[in-house]
Ligand binder design. Structure first.
Ligand SMILES: Cc1cc2nc3c(=O)[nH]c(=O)nc-3n(C[C@H](O)[C@H](O)[C@H](O)COP(=O)(O)OP(=O)(O)OC[C@H]3O[C@@H](n4cnc5c(N)ncnc54)[C@H](O)[C@@H]3O)c2cc1C
Length: 349
């Protein structure tokens, strides 16, 4: 296979870049290691309704998200935030209207965040997208060799992977030491985290004037929010686990049981019988995070494209992922910004 631009990675950055190139009539191929597209954007499907296991929110003022949502005929709606918040003490006692974890004012994509990546993927020419293609070696041909022994050549390659995963690839010739250490030093945003989702027939807590927001010193979840769909088809709550990644790995299924018990302690006995639950531990996903990501960074890193990665192989090797975005690094808007920058580099004569 030969193409003008070979995009490696079918998360939002790669999909958005492919969409931009396709709109410009440019020749490309996109290869993705998993059997599904979307990367960190993933959802639990309950009877056709999607519940976010990766990102939930976008924010007002994120112009690329707003434009894409418009282009794809999707809709945004406000995160549910009406009602009292709960605070769970380490003893298990629950206080109303304590804690400060509301995400009111944030926006969600109707149909779940994966509606974005599904719609984008749906607009791409299917003959230009290949799943189950694990890139292993990147050569200055340029070419990419895959785990199945096949090779693809291109005029240029764009790596749309979290930087630490890019650093795990083999490069021939090897990248300069400074470039490799720059890649290894960039934490994968949210790569340390695990998200638990519980789905119910209705958002029953709202009838008790609870917002669904809770913070906890008891755990296993430290921060909980309403994750119900816009159309009221179901109710849902989600929470971020507060237990370190290595302990989570050893805990297994007990963690999900503990999470449901915690929801029942906070929101009452109705919470003890969810229709469906799912725990997505991103730290244990080798196509998102590396062992270096097990501990989260302190705060939001000042993501940007390192100077050492500019103009690699005379511009034949590019990098485009949210962690290297010119703004909003780490976020959905950042993934779109990274794709925008790469597309401009490729399409500008
Ligand atoms: C739990 C969680 C909560 C989040 N919450 C928010 C939020 O509320 N708001 C927000 O804006 N952002 C949030 N984010 C961040 C958001 O998900 C990311 O910014 C965005 O999805 C990154 O897209 P990407 O394409 O740059 O990377 P990725 O989605 O990581 O895509 C990389 C792709 O490359 C593929 N790949 C990896 N290795 C190879 C290989 N060797 N060969 C081929 N393909 C490969 C992967 O399978 C993947 O599909 C959250 C993330 C997580 C995990």
């Amino acid at each position: 296979m030969h193409t003008q631009t070979l995009i490696v990675g079918g998360g939002l950055s790669g999909l958005s870049l492919a969409y931009r190139l396709q709109q410009a009539g440019h020749d490309y191929q996109l290869v993705e290691a998993r059997s599904r597209l979307g990367g960190r954007i993933k959802s639990l499907d309950v009877a056709g309704t999607k519940f976010d296991l990766g990102p939930s929110w976008v924010w007002p003022g994120q112009t690329r998200v707003a434009q894409l949502v418009d282009d794809l005929d999707l809709h945004l709606f406000e995160q549910w935030g009406s009602g009292d918040q709960l605070y769970e003490q380490s003893s298990g006692d629950v206080q109303r209207n304590a804690g400060f974890m509301s995400m009111a004012g944030s926006l969600r994509v109707s149909g779940g965040t994966s509606a974005l990546t599904d719609a984008l993927a749906g607009r791409l020419d299917p003959t230009r997208v290949q799943t189950n293609r694990i890139a292993k070696t990147v050569q200055d041909g340029p070419a990419v060799a895959f785990s199945d022994g096949e090779t693809a050549t291109a005029d240029r390659i764009v790596l749309c992977l979290p930087p630490r995963l890019t650093a795990q690839l083999s490069f021939a010739p090897a990248l300069p030491k400074g470039a490799m250490s720059a890649l290894q030093d960039i934490p994968t945003w949210m790569g340390a985290h695990a998200k638990f989702v519980a789905v119910y027939p209705t958002p029953f807590w709202r009838a008790r004037s609870l917002s669904g927001d809770a913070s906890s010193r008891r755990g296993p979840m430290v921060e909980i929010h309403d994750a119900s769909p816009r159309d009221g088809a179901f109710g849902a709550l989600f929470g971020f686990m507060g237990i370190p990644a290595d302990i989570r790995m050893r805990a297994g299924d007990a963690l999900q049981t503990a999470a449901v018990d915690q929801l029942a302690n906070l929101f009452g006995p109705e919470a003890s019988t969810p229709l469906a639950t799912m725990l997505e531990d991103w730290s244990q996903d080798p196509l998102t995070a590396t062992p270096a990501d097990a501990a989260p960074p302190q705060g939001h890193p000042p993501y940007q494209m390192p100077d050492t990665l500019q103009n690699m192989w005379g511009g034949k090797l590019l990098f485009a992922t949210t962690e290297m975005a010119p703004d909003n690094g780490g976020l959905i808007e950042g993934a779109l910004a990274a794709a925008e920058t790469a597309a401009a580099q490729i399409l500008t004569p």
